[in-house]
Write a new protein. Structure first.
Length: 134
């Protein structure tokens, strides 16, 4: 099955930018910029303008990155929820779990405790190495 592509420009840009920003090369580039800025300090007598350059640059980049990465994360989270809903609906799991992301925090905590208790009371024990109870 071919991977569907986002239709509008911003989601497409956001997805590509998020992939790039999470790549080790992005860290190397950012570190290189900070290193270059630090090396230039003595040439500019560590002036206020020199400091303002890095402060302004990092503030702008951080501000824009918040929106770009949040868009990507929200889209991926929605896709995962849809996939989990499909798995729940096509399995023997309880359909009550579809849409629980709309519950408030307290309701989710209560549901989580009930599931943990149900897992403790379950006769099925994990067989994965390191997870078996003693």
């Amino acid at each position: 099955m071919a991977e569907p592509r986002p239709v509008s420009l911003f989601p497409r840009f956001s997805a590509q930018f998020s992939k790039w920003a999470g790549h080790p090369a992005a860290f190397v580039v950012a570190s290189g910029i900070v290193l270059l800025w630090a090396i230039c300090g003595p040439y500019f007598d560590f002036s206020e303008t020199w400091q303002l350059v890095i402060n302004t640059g990092t503030t702008i980049v951080t501000f824009l990155m918040v929106f770009i990465l949040q868009n990507s994360q929200t889209r991926e989270s929605s896709a995962i929820k849809a996939k989990l809903d499909e798995l729940i609906l096509t399995s023997h799991a309880q359909n009550v779990f579809v849409g629980i992301e709309h519950l408030d925090e307290n309701q989710i905590r209560i549901l989580s405790r009930k599931l943990a208790q149900k897992a403790r009371n379950s006769k099925v024990r994990p067989r994965v190495a390191g997870l078996a109870r003693k």
